[in-house]
Design a binder for this molecule. Sequence first.
Ligand SMILES: Cc1cc2nc3c(=O)[nH]c(=O)nc-3n(C[C@H](O)[C@H](O)[C@H](O)COP(=O)(O)OP(=O)(O)OC[C@H]3O[C@@H](n4cnc5c(N)ncnc54)[C@H](O)[C@@H]3O)c2cc1C
Length: 450
Amino acid sequence: MTEPQVAELIAHLGDRLVLDPETVAAFSRDSSRAEPQGAARAVVLAASTADVSAALAWAHRHGVPVSVRGAGTGLSGGAIAYPRGLIVSLERMNRIIAIDAGNRLADIEPGVITADLDQAARAHGLFFPPDPASARTSTVGGNIATNAGGLRCVSHGVTTDAVAALEVVLADGRVLRTGARTRKNTTGYDLTSLFVGSEGTLGVITGATVRLKPVAPGTPRTFRASFDDIEDAGRAVTTIVGSAAQPEVLELIDRASVEIIESFQPSGLPLPGAALLVGQTTGLDAAARAETILQLCREHGADDTEIADSDALLEARRLANPALTARGLRVSCDVAVPISELAAVFRGIDEIAARHGRQVSTVAHAGDGNLHPSVQAGETPEEYRAAEAVIDDITRLALSLRGTITGEHGIGSVKQHELPWQLDEVALDTQRAIKAALDPTGILTPGRAI
Ligand SMILES: Cc1cc2nc3c(=O)[nH]c(=O)nc-3n(C[C@H](O)[C@H](O)[C@H](O)COP(=O)(O)OP(=O)(O)OC[C@H]3O[C@@H](n4cnc5c(N)ncnc54)[C@H](O)[C@@H]3O)c2cc1C
């Protein structure tokens, strides 16, 4: 990036182009263990689609690598900076343009904080279903770009199920509109889905029309059940998900994670022998369904169960990531397995932990079969590599059970080496062909995600 090139970009963007190295550094990382690939030259604090379009057209012309950033809560190193690259930040494009209650849709800019959209929808008796544990800090654009999951997926699906239409700036600066406001739409290829989960590699999402759902009537019920054997907890989840009880949330916190959360911030989680299931039911029959779920837990060996009206247990679950991070448990993954394999994956993780002589602590969106096992990173590079070897073995275990290497966080930069473990050459070639068609000069988030 030469000085005349920078001047050309300033002419387009004025003070929305920031060159100050301290500010640039602040936008150069995400919440993963990945380090920026180098010092970026500038950050675009985009205020409009036109800003993003000007920035990408410029980067396309001059061959400058671009990283795209929402709130930087990503856990896969997808938003980290490139050497002498440009960072496009969407955090200032944070307007909720309209809540279209009649059609249960919201029109938004990508930088809207997930929980803010949910809150705004609730004023209309609606809610935004995607509910990552980071909802109070992540952006909806970032959720779409990673196809984020979260606590309510077991009942409402993942982010892609809530996206009706997108506005996307392509790598050469052109603006593409996908999808429709209708319930049904079979016009052309499903480009909306193509951009969901594309992790900033195919285009920059500058607008979205997302689907809202009505808030269920009645008082939600929160439940918990303690297990002395984590495999029993896995079998209980398989049974619950296959039953008609339909929890809204079904999470697992193992004993080590409960200890870590409680020492980080006491939140009233009881210490289980091996694992705690916590969840929620909603609707007029919430209490009856919570009781059915706890009965199924007892049939699978749960010895201490409780139903409550408050959200405290779920709040405690949301603390897991910050608590584990504060403890140095930074090497983790987000593998997913078929629901029927939960007991097998927990058994396998115990065996891997024993073989490596390491403690593995696991929290899971259990109802989705999506696990977050974590290992202490250690101080030295050797300790770090040893921790990564544990996580690599857990990832291979999930694949051997017909699972996936990432259920919700995406590949980013930290899981690149795992891609060929899951995708064969034909699948990889197809992905590369899509990338080449949409970003022929390879400026957008190069070398990541696929
Ligand atoms: C405490 C904590 C809890 C979490 N819990 C969950 C959870 O329950 N479920 C879950 O799925 N994730 C979770 N995450 C991970 C993270 O919050 C999600 O991946 C989230 O979707 C990232 O949003 P963001 O705005 O921070 O995106 P960023 O981190 O800024 O970016 C993430 C990726 O999306 C791309 N991107 C961002 N915005 C755009 C855009 N507008 N257009 C194109 N590409 C874009 C970036 O290039 C990058 O590849 C958690 C993270 C933390 C720190």
